[in-house]
Design a binder for this molecule. Structure first.
Ligand code: TRP
Length: 344
């Protein structure tokens, strides 16, 4: 059970299976938080639709994958509320109400939107069709996600900083406009993302096709680790290696063995003496990755084989979330002076 009544809220877009970056950057923290705070974790499928509105079915399929990834790494549905955004229509209502009081230049100045425009800019007319009204409202929807559950601490990566700033601005504006102290200001809890590079040395990302997934098989993991770039200056196995020049395996060792300094010292020594070549060293690293994820992967398979159980977990989370959301929206309507026509 949560030891504090403080609400924590976060979400992930269902755009595919999750990778090691998601685990070390977010999920491992969520697992820690769920026993300390009243936690709400949302699979934000509407947010996925802001860019994937042509692949709606695919998005819905990914909800399932994300749920399996979350549950297998230890997100505990008895400790945290795990739910699907689109199962809670009150969030959409709050999004709409918040959109009324959000100045349009606030959404237009969002740096992430500017990046997206730049990215899509090569074909200007196609870009215009992709930047939809819904995409423009991305941060408003995120604000609604948070405020519906009165989230106080929001564990997110640094890349979400401007969205959080936005949410705080809208929150303050609501409280000020209606002269209330209703919504608590959501504070970001920046999760420490170890810089996990993908197997090609770029930032690990699903769209770069360079990631190792939580759900990968052991042999896929081995194959991927084998491809990792090591120390470019080391040409032969007999040359001493340099951990400080090793591009991916060494930083990854440091993530996986961060609590085993003696082991890390041994790996470093074996590389630099050299007692071991990069090929063998990567084999050992793949073993580390597989050992670490084995229990999660086993649990994931069991869950995947029992779809009824997973569906019940999600439905239970949805209904818990919905109860809270209904309460919030009823209070918000009241504050805004709206007649509640559906009051039972
Ligand atoms: N925008 C977030 C991301 O891409 C996902 C998200 C949606 C979210 N709603 C949220 C995160 C509410 C925290 C709180 O990572």
């Amino acid at each position: 059970m949560a030891s504090s009544d403080k609400r924590i809220m976060s979400g992930m877009r269902p755009t595919g299976r999750l990778h090691l970056g998601h685990y070390f950057g977010a999920l491992s923290n969520w697992v820690r938080f769920q026993s300390q705070y009243d936690s709400y974790f949302s699979i934000v499928d509407w947010h996925a639709l802001t860019t994937k509105f042509q692949n709606t079915r695919e998005v819905q399929g990914h909800i399932w994958e994300i749920a399996l990834d979350w549950l297998c790494v230890g997100i505990d549905p008895d400790a945290a509320t795990v739910y699907v955004q689109s199962a809670v229509p009150e969030i959409a209502e709050l999004h709409l109400l918040m959109s009324m009081l959000t100045p349009h230049n606030w959404v237009e100045r969002e740096p992430t939107l500017k990046d997206m425009v730049k990215m899509l800019d090569s074909d200007e007319s196609a870009a215009k069709e992709k930047i939809t009204y819904g995409l423009l409202g991305y941060p408003v929807l995120m604000t609604a996600d948070i405020l519906t559950f009165k989230g106080q601490l929001i564990p997110v990566g640094k890349d979400q900083e401007s969205h959080l700033e936005f949410a705080r601005d809208v929150c303050r504006r609501f409280n000020k406009l209606y002269d209330v102290d209703y919504f608590p200001e959501p504070k970001p809890e920046f999760t420490e993302t170890p810089l996990l590079k993908g197997i090609d040395g770029q930032k690990m990302g699903k769209s770069f096709n360079n990631d190792i997934k939580i759900a990968d098989t052991e042999s896929d993991t081995e194959k991927k680790v084998k491809q990792m770039i090591t120390d470019r200056t080391r040409l032969a196995k007999s040359d001493p290696g340099h951990t400080d020049l090793c591009e991916i395996p060494w930083p990854m060792y440091k993530v996986f063995a961060k609590d085993r300094p003696d082991y890390l010292a041994q790996v470093k020594n074996e590389c630099e003496t050299p007692l071991i070549g990069c090929v063998d060293c990567k084999k050992r690293l793949a073993g580390e990755v597989n050992d670490f994820f084995r229990p999660f992967r086993e649990k994931r398979e069991l869950l995947a084989a029992d779809p009824d159980r997973v569906r019940k977990i999600i439905e239970h989370g949805n209904s818990k979330a919905r109860k809270v959301a209904k309460q919030t929206l009823s209070e918000v309507r009241d504050i805004m002076g709206m007649v509640d026509w559906n009051k039972d």
